[in-house]
Ligand binder design. Structure first.
Ligand code: 3HC
Ligand code: NAI
Length: 682
């Protein structure tokens, strides 16, 4: 197989496999068949881009039946990763060999489906049921050595083809060991295994549809004869394939990959070398950011103005690494290696040789400016100067240097060593090679980079602001924080807006609001309960009290009736009539303005594509991937419906609605043209 880039089993490859099999079967000179790949991968499985076309003939299960029923032995020489249909192809072969450092897997569950070409029926016939179930339900890639029973042998890459041909020759004239002939039967142990996996999965993959179907399909392998099991797998596959979840997860697969594309930048633009990094500020973000680089072997200098703050920052990093070591994720040796890559300084003179500086000091323009002026003086020409600001004007920061082209925003999310998202903020004058280098760097440190433009809060925080505003307003109008949090949690986010606010610290939003009074002062209801809480020292989890109360050492929110009393008093002062609010209204009022803001962001060119916003929301804010992200969710329920509900609230909520629920012109345009966000081109 040689279908670049990943040997996806497209129509051409499926047809090619059928033709090649038929040719080999018809040719008397052919005694046995070896299937392998000319590329670095064996195969990434079915061609996902074909799924939406509906034209999947000849279907993969039929191709694999032809392979398995072959009267001549077929050997799979698995020369690289074999995933999904790619692994299923190997399972249908009579013998398998693999190279030694290889990984294989059945990741269909991440696409909202299940292995639909016999994987759920053949894998449990070839490896232990618990291993097969784990591979299918989690979709995680597995080292071939962990499932060595699947292979006749596991060899050096240079030996693979020679050995595969040897196995093929030895098989000639012998009984062909078809996987489908292996008999399985159910037992109380299998029942218990499936039940236990179901319980584990419902907690780990809350809200996902496909994992339970995967378990059902594997169970069928034990309960039904092969042919019937295959049929059952096909039915369950179809059931999954036509869900909004499958469409959303498949959308996200491509969204994540396209996010890194920079079509506006010339292909031959050279990257800048990043061999040494400096971070200014060793606080919450600076420490986490530094760890990302140390984790991939890039040395980092951390700068604080005071030795005590520096020591504290380095100590916190060490504690984080030690905790990972305690959990068995790192060895003590790795902890020491990483700590050795981190050095501290209180002098800017130590930054003269670094290739990249990331500033992560207090979110205050005057402080940021001081830092960039100092960097401008000391950094070598060509060094990239980045800011981790979450809301401030990057262009204003850049202007206080003599090298605006080298200034960029690298907006990490907290905890910076864990969260996958990196918003890469392009300033008015940021050079193309700086943007390209930043995108490349994101990959190096195992993040997903998304390019965004300059505006208040960029993409993620600009959108989250409207969501927080609505949550606060709904509390004034009659909903409780618990009700609002539950609606959002049930929708699929890891926590609701109030739990999230408490966790991040209510003071963060408070200080942002203080600096933006001119935009919100016309609305006295704007986050007014949160403001009162902060002013009373209730800044969230870190204080043991915010919107909720927390027992010492606990992160479990305890509802506090006194917060509702504040909401009631404020509502009275503001003349807001409290009422019962339905869960549906809560959902629409939190999510639709978020989508609306996303539409404005697209219109302004702050994001390149709607799918980029989806990537930001899934990786930065825990938006459920099975909804594809907010813009995909809008496409799924219909742009017209979102528009209609925005218009409804625009009138139903009086002055408040008139101000905050104005539909984006893009929402109007797409609804009128019956288009989707996915189809929108700036
Ligand atoms: N179908 C279509 N395109 C695919 C694809 C697939 N199965 N797998 C990868 N691609 C494309 C990507 O979109 C990307 O395209 P681009 O260059 O235009 O952006 C290109 O191939 C390279 O992909 P990656 O950037 O992801 O390459 P990596 O080297 O980082 O990763 C991989 C390789 C691990 C194979 C990863 O691509 C992957 O996980 N692919 C999907 C595997 C999968 O989910 N397979 C199951 C498919 S469903 C199935 O088989 C159903 C069956 O049971 C009936
Ligand atoms: P923090 O208060 O935890 O850390 C800031 C650190 O900078 C402190 O250690 C302080 O001593 C140091 N510092 C202050 N002024 C300095 C100067 N002039 N020179 C050198 N060091 C200086 O703050 P945090 O949360 O790490 O935030 C830093 C930046 O990251 C801010 O711009 C913030 O908006 C942004 N950010 C914060 C996120 C969060 O969730 N905390 C998320 C994303 C971005």
């Amino acid at each position: 197989m040689a279908n670049k880039p990943v040997n996806a089993l497209s129509k051409a490859i499926r047809t090619g496999l059928i033709d090649a099999m038929n040719m080999a079967l018809a040719n008397d000179n052919v005694e046995a068949i070896v299937i392998t790949s000319e590329l670095a991968l064996f195969s990434a499985g079915a061609d996902i881009s074909e799924f939406s076309s509906g034209d999947l003939a000849p279907i993969l299960p039929d191709v694999l039946t032809l392979v398995e029923n072959s009267s001549k032995p077929v050997v799979a020489a698995v020369n690289g990763g074999a995933f999904g249909g790619g692994l299923e192809l190997a399972l249908a072969c009579h013998y398998r060999l693999s190279t030694n450092h290889n990984k294989v897997g059945l990741p269909e569950v991440h696409l909202g489906i299940l292995p639909g070409a016999g994987g759920t029926q053949r894998l449990p016939r070839l490896i232990a049921p618990e291993k097969a179930l784990q591979m299918i339900v989690t979709g995680a890639p597995t080292s071939v050595k962990a499932i060595s029973e699947l292979f006749v042998s596991i060899v050096e890459p240079s030996e693979l083809l020679v050995q595969a041909i040897k196995v093929a020759k030895q098989a000639v004239g012998k009984v062909i060991p078809a996987t489908s002939l292996i008999k399985l039967s159910s037992s109380p142990e299998i029942e218990a295994l499936c039940e236990q996996t179901k319980v584990q999965t419902s907690a780990k993959a809350r809200g996902f549809f496909a994992p339970a179907k995967c378990i059902e399909a594997v169970k069928a392998a034990f309960e039904l004869p092969f042919a019937q099991g295959l049929k059952r797998e096909g039915e369950l596959f179809e059931e999954c394939m036509h869900t909004p979840q499958a469409r959303a997860q498949q959308h996200f697969f491509f969204a994540e990959r396209v996010a890194g594309a920079l079509p506006q930048i010339a292909k031959d633009t050279a990257l800048r070398d990043i061999k040494q990094v400096a971070i200014i500020g060793a606080g919450t973000m600076g420490g986490g950011i530094a760890m990302n680089f140390a984790n991939v072997g890039i040395p980092v200098v951390l700068l604080e103005l005071e030795q005590a703050a520096l020591d504290k920052g380095l100590e916190l990093i060490r504690r984080n690494y030690e905790n990972s070591a305690k959990k068995g994720k790192l060895t003590q040796e790795q902890v020491e290696q990483r700590m050795e890559l981190l050095t501290g300084t209180t002098s800017y003179d130590d930054l003269s040789e670094v290739d990249l500086v990331i500033e992560a000091v207090f979110e205050k323009m005057s402080v940021k400016k001081q830092v960039f002026e100092a960097l401008d003086k000391v950094c070598k020409p060509g060094a990239i100067l980045a800011s981790n600001t979450s809301t401030l004007d990057l262009d204003e920061i850049a202007q206080c240097t003599s090298r605006e082209q080298d200034v960029i925003g690298l907006h990490f999310f907290s905890p910076a060593n864990v969260m996958k998202l990196l918003e890469i903020v392009q300033g008015a004058k940021t050079a193309d090679d700086v943007i390209k280098t930043a995108m490349h760097l994101a990959k190096t440190i195992k993040k997903v980079g998304v390019l965004v433009g300059v505006c208040f809060g960029f993409v993620g925080n600009r959108m989250i602001e409207v969501y927080g505003r609505e949550a606060g307003r709904l509390m004034l109008e009659g909903a409780t924080p618990q009700q609002i949090d539950k609606v959002i949690y049930d929708f699929g986010l890891p926590m609701g807006p109030f739990t999230m606010g408490d966790m991040a610290g209510l003071d963060i939003g408070y200080f942002v609001r203080q600096s933006r009074k001119e935009f919100i002062s016309h609305d006295p209801s704007y986050c007014t309960v949160a403001d009162e809480l902060v002013e009373a020292g209730r800044v969230g989890l870190k204080a043991g009290k915010g919107v909720y109360l927390y027992d010492a050492g606990s992160r479990s929110p305890i509802p506090d009736p006194s917060v509702l009393d504040i909401a009631k008093r404020k509502a009275k002062e503001l003349g807001i009539q409290r009422r019962d609010i339905s869960d549906q209204e809560i959902l629409e009022r939190c999510i639709y303005p978020l989508i609306n803001e996303g539409a404005n962001i697209l219109l302004e060119g702050i994001a390149q594509r709607a799918s980029d916003i989806d990537v930001i929301y899934v990786y930065g804010y825990g938006f459920p991937v099975y909804r594809g992200g907010p813009m995909k969710f809008a496409d799924e329920i219909g742009v017209k419906e979102v528009l209609a509900r925005m218009k409804h609230y625009e009138t139903a909520l009086g002055e408040y609605g008139k101000h905050w629920f104005t539909p984006s012109p893009l929402l109007e345009e797409l609804a009128q043209k019956q288009q989707t966000f996915a189809g929108f081109k700036a």
